[in-house]
Every structure is written in structure tokens, then in C-alpha cells.
Design a protein around this ligand. Structure first.
Ligand SMILES: Nc1ncnc2c1ncn2[C@@H]1O[C@H](COP(=O)(O)OP(=O)(O)O)[C@@H](O)[C@H]1O
Ligand SMILES: O=C(CO)[C@@H](O)[C@H](O)COP(=O)(O)O
Length: 508
């Protein structure tokens, strides 16, 4: 039996899994690292922390499973997208990476649209200039830290840095590269025009690969540190959204995935390159070679629930600790005790600004409609409903683009909750399917490794490994009841936008 290692470099932790050649997961291990927030709206991490955590998690996984290193046939990577790893001529890290949820680059986004032209940028890259994307981070470095910019020679995304440490090779996959704003997404190659207009040297950009292509082999030192075998092939892998979608089998049109991680994403596969009118949805290369996808990204989905847990769930946190329970399960059970619509209460989940459908770093969160009857259960339910309404905004954009969705597959931490899966089915009016693979992006990364090493099509591996295990049907009456709440939710951002901006400026 041979095994494939899937590594998902998330925002809060790295998760590593070992999968056998029939698709069964042997074990998983994870290791966490801190998120640095040196100023309001900034989000950074030390690439060295990712490296140390990855070594630790792989080592532990190899020890716990007792799998022989020579039986690990390949390694695949998934990773948080858009983060900027700035390397000098010796491939050493210049400063901490700016992450996907960092909001400091509004000025640079405007500068990019002015330099390239908004329509031209959309035509060349398939996307708008958004604060989370990578190119604006480069411009920020040039403007604010010229001493570091002068040393810059290589640009990588988070997982590509860890792959570099393992293999000594620079590289990036098309799916993740799509989020840099430097890729010609339609043609799957770097956009020389965009790079030239932004004065970014093309030689700073790494070689591009399809997700299942072998991008390097494990070096002896990395093998010693991880407990793996030198020479093990490492495939390029993908951004975590493409890997998460592959991991639940979203490799054909008609099926969408909803990712409930720190961010929240509604994702559809496209057989051909497609863009939404005004680029309101992201158009990216998929992890399936020669295919694309569109997605809407909410910045604080699970992140909003995590905020609620950290600040307002002291009793649940204490109980979870004492009784060995999952604090999120306690919170979702509490939410279930409140009625639909949280008795007239809505939550806006724009805690770190927003991307889809409101690309606005100054958007803010809110509870609207509070009255004296509302208690913790109502507020907790409103948080979950508000996140789900926000995700429905992306679904509506997809419907407007003529995309037909018959089934949703949920992944990410929030997918564990049966209550949340039912909420999605009821608010979206579409069946939610759970599949046997619950490991999300790490599983997609393992599929990509198997594809590269065994020379098999990613779609064929998905068909062989991924099976439906549960189907949550939407309840029509509840869908109709939620509709009235959703229409009010939809109107609130526009009503509050000016106040959000003023409050955000006051808090700088
Ligand atoms: N049992 C659960 N019920 C509901 N939500 C959960 C549960 N477990 C985790 N979550 C949500 O999932 C989020 C973490 O998801 P994960 O996919 O691990 O995130 P990331 O990859 O961004 O680090 C948490 O912030 C929380 O909101
Ligand atoms: O910015 C995006 C996608 O465009 C995020 O999806 C990040 O890739 C990180 O997501 P998590 O998995 O940590 O929620």
C-alpha cells in the first residue's frame, strides 16, 4: 500500500493528513501558529512559523501512523491564498507575510486600477483589484518599506514558501496564482502587461504549474526534519479554495461548494473561462488542469463565530474545557433554542471589512433589531444566520450570472455542524450534501499528489474516492420565512455604508 500526504497551510493552523491509495484517511495532525495584527486592519504571519509547524505536524503524523517513509509516494499542498512572502536573492524572508485578510492596501488597489485601467485589469486578470490580493501588497511594500522592497527578488504565496523549504524549488500553481492579480487567468500564464504597468519585474514571479504536476522532490535535510524520505515527489497543489472544492468533488458544473473556514466561500466549477459582469465574483483557474472556477468570498464567516466564541461564550468555553466538549457544538445547540430569524434580529458579518458582494475594507459588523427579549441564544443564532445570509449574497450573484446549482457540498470547520448545514439548506433553498471526505483542503491536496504520482486524472480520483454520505433537504416553508429576513439583510449594507466608513475612520 502507498500513501499520499496532504498538507493544508491554513490561517490558524497547518493540518497534515495521510491518505492511502483507496482514499481512506489514516490520521491527521495539526499545529497552530499566531496571527499578528500590528495595526487595526492588518494581518501578518511569520513564514518561519509555518515552516516549524509543518515540520512538527508531519513528524507527529509519521510517528503516530508508523507508516514507513518509503511508502509515502507523494506530497500535495493546499494553502491560505493571496499572502505575500517576500524573499531576497538568497531566498530568505524579508519581512512577515501580509495575509489574505489584511486590509491595508485600499490606496494601492486604486493605484493598480488607475495604472492598468479597471476594465483592462478585468480583461487581463479576470478580477478586480481587491485589498486581499497579492499585487497591491507589493505596491504597499514599495511605498511604505522601500528598504525591504529594494531587497525583493522573489514573490511566493504561503504554501509555496513551505514547498520551497522542502524541495529547494520555486514554484506556484495556477489556482493560487490567480489570486495574485498578476496572472492572465484565461491563458494560464503570468500577465506581462499587468506586470509591466505596475513595474513589477517578471523574474520575481516563480514558474507556474498545474496542481497535480510534480514541482520538486524532498531534499535530504527536509527529509531528516520531517521523517519522510529524501526524493519524495512534491506536487504544486493549490490554493485552499481549489483544494477544498476538489476535496469534496466539486470538479463538474452543477455542484457548488460552500467553505465554512475563517473565511466563507461559495465556489462553482467552470469547464471554460467565464467572468461575471463587473467582476463581482472572482474568476480563477481551478485545481483541475485546464478548468476554471468562480467564487464569492466572505472574509469573516467562521471568523465571526470565532469572534463571538472568544468574547461572549465564557460559560460555554468553561463547560467545554471541564467536560471535554466542543465549544462550537455548545454554541450551535444554544442557537437552535432560538426561533427562526432570531425573533427579529439580524447580524451583519463584516467584522474585517468585506469582499463579496461588498468589496469594502471599511464595512463593519452590526446587530440590527435588538429588543429586550433578546438573549444570548438569539444573538448566537443571529450570528450564524447573518453569516449564512452573507454567503447567500454570493449565490444570488451566481444565479444572476446564469449559473445553475443543484447541490451544495459543505467543507471547512463549520461543516461539522448539522444545525449549520440545515440552515444553509433552508436559507439557500438547495440540498446540502455531506461526503465521506471530511478533511477539506488537505484531502484535495492529497488527491492532487495522487494524480501527479499515479498519472491519473483528478476527476477520476474524485469519482473513485468521494462518496455522498448524507443529504440535508431544504424545508420550503422555512426557505419562504427566511426570504423576508434575507431581503432586509440585503438592504442593510447600503443603508449603513456611510456610518461604517465614518466609524472606521474614527477608530484608526
Ligand atoms: N463544531 C463546529 N460547529 C460550527 N462551527 C465550527 C465547528 N468547528 C469549527 N467551526 C468553525 O470553523 C472555523 C474553523 O474552520 P477551519 O476550516 O478549520 O478554518 P481555517 O482553515 O480558516 O483555519 C471556526 O472558526 C468556527 O467558526
Ligand atoms: O482569501 C481567500 C480566498 O480568496 C481565503 O479563502 C483564504 O484562502 C483563507 O481561507 P481560510 O481557509 O483560512 O478560511
Amino acid at each position: 500500500m502507498v500513501y499520499f500526504l496532504g498538507v493544508d497551510l491554513g490561517t490558524s493552523a497547518v493540518k497534515c493528513i495521510l491518505v492511502d491509495e483507496t482514499g481512506s484517511v489514516l490520521d491527521s495532525q495539526s499545529a497552530a501558529y499566531p496571527l499578528l495584527q500590528p495595526h487595526p486592519g492588518w494581518a501578518e504571519q511569520h513564514p518561519e512559523d509555518w515552516w516549524q509547524a509543518t515540520i512538527q505536524a508531519i513528524r507527529l503524523l509519521m510517528e503516530q501512523t508508523s507508516v514507513s517513509s518509503s511508502d509515502v509516494a507523494g506530497i500535495g499542498f493546499s494553502g491560505q491564498m493571496h499572502g505575500s512572502v517576500f524573499l531576497d536573492s538568497k531566498q530568505e524572508v524579508i519581512r512577515p507575510a501580509l495575509l489574505w485578510c489584511d486590509q491595508r492596501t485600499a490606496e494601492q488597489c486604486a493605484a493598480i486600477e488607475a495604472a492598468v485601467g479597471k476594465d483592462e485589469l478585468g480583461r487581463l486578470t479576470g478580477n478586480r483589484s481587491l485589498t486581499g490580493f497579492t499585487a497591491p501588497k507589493l505596491l504597499w511594500l514599495r511605498q511604505h518599506e522601500p528598504q525591504y522592497y529594494a531587497r525583493l527578488r522573489h514573490l511566493l504565496l504561503p504554501k509555496d514558501y513551505v514547498r520551497l523549504r522542502l524541495t529547494g524549488e520555486l514554484g506556484m500553481d495556477m489556482a493560487d496564482a490567480s489570486g495574485t492579480l498578476l496572472l492572465d487567468v484565461a491563458r494560464r500564464r503570468w500577465s506581462q502587461t499587468v506586470a509591466e504597468r505596475l513595474s513589477i519585474p517578471m523574474e520575481w514571479l516563480p514558474p507556474l504549474f498545474e496542481s497535480g504536476q510534480v514541482a520538486g522532490r524532498l531534499q535530504p535535510e527536509a527529509a531528516r526534519l520531517t521523517g519522510l524520505a529524501a526524493g519524495t515527489p512534491v506536487v504544486a497543489g493549490g490554493g485552499d479554495q481549489a483544494c477544498g472544492a476538489v476535496g469534496v468533488g466539486v470538479v463538474r458544473q452543477g455542484i457548488a461548494s460552500v467553505a465554512l473556514g475563517t473565511s466563507g466561500v461559495v465556489f462553482v466549477h467552470d469547464d471554460a473561462y467565464q467572468v461575471d459582469e463587473a467582476y463581482r465574483l472572482h474568476s480563477f483557474c481551478h485545481g483541475v488542469p485546464g478548468k476554471w472556477h468562480r467564487m464569492g468570498v466572505m472574509l469573516a464567516a467562521g471568523g465571526s463565530l470565532q469572534w463571538w466564541k472568544n468574547h461572549f461564550a465564557h460559560e460555554e468555553l468553561e463547560r467545554a474545557q471541564q467536560e471535554g466538549l466542543d465549544v462550537y457544538e455548545l454554541l450551535t445547540s444554544l442557537a437552535e433554542t432560538a426561533p427562526l430569524g432570531s425573533e427579529g434580529l439580524l447580524f451583519l458579518p463584516y467584522l474585517t471589512g468585506e469582499r463579496t458582494p461588498h468589496p469594502d475594507p471599511k464595512a463593519r459588523g452590526a446587530f440590527i433589531g435588538l429588543n429586550l427579549r433578546h438573549g444570548k441564544a438569539h444573538l448566537t443564532r443571529a450570528v450564524l444566520e447573518g453569516i449564512t445570509f452573507g454567503l447567500r449574497d454570493s449565490l444570488e450573484l451566481m444565479k444572476e450570472s446564469g449559473i445553475e446549482i443543484k447541490e451544495l457540498r459543505v467543507n471547512g470547520g463549520g461543516a461539522k455542524s448539522a444545525f449549520w448545514r440545515q440552515l444553509i439548506a433552508d436559507i439557500f433553498g438547495i440540498p446540502v450534501v455531506t461526503v465521506n471526505s471530511t478533511e477539506g483542503p488537505a484531502y484535495g491536496a492529497a488527491i492532487m499528489a495522487a494524480s501527479g504520482v499515479l498519472g491519473k486524472d483528478i476527476i477520476d480520483i474524485c469519482d473513485a474516492w468521494i462518496k455522498e454520505v448524507d443529504r440535508t433537504q431544504p424545508r420550503l416553508e422555512l426557505y419562504e420565512n427566511y426570504e423576508a429576513y434575507y431581503q432586509i439583510f440585503r438592504s442593510l449594507y447600503g443603508t449603513l455604508q456611510t456610518s461604517f466608513h465614518k466609524l472606521s475612520d474614527l477608530a484608526q
